[in-house]
Design a protein around this ligand. Structure first.
Ligand code: ADP
Length: 268
């Protein structure tokens, strides 16, 4: 009897605990949502005046020859900083939006991955040309479709390739691989032969605002938000992202995503 009463009391305690924790989560969820809404609204509001400042500064830049040398250099660094701030705001907005989208159900469409990767790689090659970096696309994904949000998947590959180019040495190469594994998942990797990420920084690179190797990344443009966005996008698509890096082998980001291979009778 005592044993039975004991079990009943335990079950009751567990039930009460469950109920209280559920109730306790309501204000936490609400304040989380308020914080997200604030970030989205603030980013939006900041964008408009910043665009006005940027276009005014660009007008001045066109006439910079008429300014004394010192004022020219002030103006140029001002334009650079405004661009940096705009990137930061855009990244914050993307992150806040994808937080919201992760909780909603985004409308997913079938995406032909081979084509999408090819397009992003081609665009990136144009940017990489300035640094004489070669982008090599080895994706082999014919007839492989991902049910996903096309703009987000495009952004995911853009972030990884952009980083690979950014952190490559002049004249380096970047390789994209993508293969079907089994019948329903693809493994994609973006590999560069740059200096790598220090081992102690690896666990944190997907965190917001984290920039590894401060001394080096100070010389490379960035907000520290790209990989946090990439991580968010991969999660939204129920995939996984990981990184391997060393000074000798460079850096390889690996993304695994669930996909579909249409049967002959299904037209996508
Ligand atoms: P950032 O805008 O600084 O590039 P990310 O979130 O994209 O921000 O990356 C976070 C940090 O991870 C970077 O600051 C950089 O130190 C490191 N990192 C990311 N990709 C690479 C890479 N391919 N090679 C070396 N370091 C990288």
């Amino acid at each position: 009897v005592f044993f039975l009463i004991g079990i009943l009391l335990l079950a009751l305690a567990a039930l009460i605990g469950y109920w209280f924790s559920g109730r306790a989560m309501i204000p936490i969820n609400q304040s989380y949502k308020r914080q997200k809404d604030f970030t989205t609204d603030a980013s939006h509001e900041l964008r408009t005046p910043l665009s006005v400042i940027l276009s005014s500064a660009e007008i001045l830049k066109e006439k910079k020859e008429s300014l004394p040398a010192f004022h020219q250099s002030v103006l140029l660094s001002m334009v650079d900083e405004i661009h940096r701030m705009r990137r930061l705001i855009d990244d914050l907005l993307t992150l806040a939006r994808s937080d919201v989208e992760a909780n909603q159900k985004l409308s997913f469409q079938p995406i032909a991955l081979q084509r999408l990767i090819g397009e992003v790689a081609d665009r990136m090659q144009i940017k990489a040309g300035a640094k004489e970096v070669t982008v090599i696309n080895r994706a082999e994904l014919d007839s492989v479709f991902l049910m996903g949000h096309s703009d987000s998947i495009r952004q995911l590959f853009y972030i990884l390739l952009d980083n690979a180019v950014k952190y490559s040495e002049q004249g380096g190469k970047v390789e994209i691989e993508a293969l079907l594994e089994g019948t329903n998942r693809v493994v994609c990797s973006v590999h560069d032969y740059g200096n790598g990420i220090p081992e102690e920084d690896l666990p944190y690179v997907f965190e917001r605002f984290y920039r590894a190797d401060k001394a080096r990344s100070r010389n490379v443009e960035g907000t520290g938000l790209g990989l946090a966005i990439a991580n968010q996008i991969v999660k939204m698509h129920k995939g996984q992202i990981s990184v391997k890096s060393s000074k000798e082998q460079g850096t390889r980001f690996i993304v695994v995503l669930p996909v579909i291979q249409p049967r002959g009778d299904i037209r996508l």
